[in-house]
Design a protein around this ligand. Sequence first.
Ligand code: HEC
Length: 101
Amino acid sequence: MRLIISSLAALGLGFSLGTAQADDIQKGKNLHQDNCISCHADMVGGDGTDLYTRDNRIVGDYDHLVRQVNNCNAQLGTNWFDDEIEAVVAYLNAEYYQFDE
Ligand code: HEC
């Protein structure tokens, strides 16, 4: 019985962690969609996401990605909270950069 309860608890935890991350990425995607595309689209055309996959992209690792998102966010003046920055970083990393954290 004990074993069953702890396995259920472990499953529950695994599930909630998994969805928290997916939620984060979805949230980041929405924030990015609403705030970040216009400038980038002017620069590279399309929906601007070519900026993240171009050969000479500037971001080279995870920390750099965090710094760049902070920089662009500062230029934009949205005053995002840390969790919003993290969500956008999570989205960009999952979708385009795929660095190890
Ligand atoms: C005011 C215009 C502007 C806005 C708005 C903007 N960016 Fe940028 N972004 C730039 C410019 C310019 C660069 C290229 C910087 C360079 O080449 O040195 C860039 C580059 C980047 C890169 C690096 C691309 C690469 O080469 O790897 C990331 C990541 C990025 N922006 C994320 C964001 C996010 C996230 C937002 C929304 C918070 C955002 N940007 C909003 C202007 C903007």
